[in-house]
Design a protein around this ligand. Sequence first.
Ligand SMILES: C[S@@+](CC[C@H](N)C(=O)[O-])C[C@H]1O[C@@H](n2cnc3c(N)ncnc32)[C@H](O)[C@@H]1O
Length: 426
Amino acid sequence: MTLSGEIYSFEEAPLYQKSAETYIETGIDIFDLKNKEAIPNVSTSSYPHAHSIVKLLKRVKRSDKKYRILECGAGNGIFARHFLFACKKEGLLDKVEYLISDFNFRIVKDLRSRNLYQEFKENVHFKYLQLDLLKIEECCDIKSKPYELENLDLVIMNYCLHTLPCSIYKKSSGQLEKLYIEFLEHSDRQVQVLKEFWMEEKKVRFEAKEKKYRDFIHSIADSYKDEQKIHFNFNALESLDQLFEKLNPNGFIYISDIPTMDFDSKISYRAFAGAIAYIINSQLISNFIEHKNYWDYIHNDFILYKHILSKSEPSFQFKKALKENFELNNPCVLFCEMISAMKIFVSDQSHRAYKALLNEFISIDDVSVYSKLYQAIYYMKIKNFKKSKEFFDQAEKENFFNTCPVHQHRKKLDLYIEREQLLKNL
Ligand SMILES: C[S@@+](CC[C@H](N)C(=O)[O-])C[C@H]1O[C@@H](n2cnc3c(N)ncnc32)[C@H](O)[C@@H]1O
């Protein structure tokens, strides 16, 4: 496909269309490490991340027999697996119904065929749904039957709102101008070749859906300097608006996304493996929530930007759990730092130090494939090859979509065993 000289408003540009096509064509493989450019999701899909949200959920009063949880844009589904394990640890498993959704039906089917949730029961603990955040009312189940979303206690959106097209404005002499982009040339997925430029427009033209939320962009425009870009995620506002309708009075929406500081101020999106991540304008979301008289908690660390939203002010216990799991401790950040730390001890002689780290790691994650891998490495270091092999076997079995580098470490164990065998035969 070659587009040349075509001009589009940002949200209508084939950027979104191309990105959606990439997700659909690539399916689960978009997260696979064998791809040079896999979508990074170690932090969002980590067990400690899932566990910290289960601890919050525990503080929410159940309004039905079970907590009903919807995950949007579930991707490789690892977060859902960890969430269910965390529910089990917290004694909540029989009290949850987890709705695993993605707009990509191929992904939903892949998740099912790989038996990712074999330790849990479909239609009891979890259910697969196809849900496009741009068409929430068209949600359907795995048999393509319409599914009515209702009575939700929790909606989870990890790296998901940023997939929705937004428009971009800038302030010029106090007026809002809309950003248009021109396609200079576009072949394959070389989205980086797209060039942006400003149209000389003095009037703001808000289109259909966008118009519904126009007051929110005006409400934040004052705090922007002239010539500064304003990301207007009206589709994110629309989908949040609709999801609030499906939420129980005590329920909450959990959003985690790319920190804004990760974006260069000149760019408006980032491309990962040919899929687009638009900037989420957190201030816009906060103003929208304030206008609705809802409750908003923001937490920003160097890995994730988080919004926790609810219709009413949560209980003291809920806020206490927030403080404990997002401020005083941050298991998700700790998990990412530990992954870096585990790489430091390369030699077998460092097994004592490695063991000390491993104990710390297991205290926050004794579930994920990373936990199995590090145990395998530890036993390899102390030459307990039998135990090491057991952990490697388990890690390989649970490395459903090749999201953890198990294979490269396993090769070392195979060499050790081969060498031992040779020595025995001498
Ligand atoms: C960056 S991935 C994040 C996946 C996963 N939540 C994670 O953190 O690893 C974005 C996911 O959103 C899905 N997605 C893209 N557009 C969507 C839409 N309009 N509605 C729902 N999901 C969408 C993609 O298929 C993909 O699985």
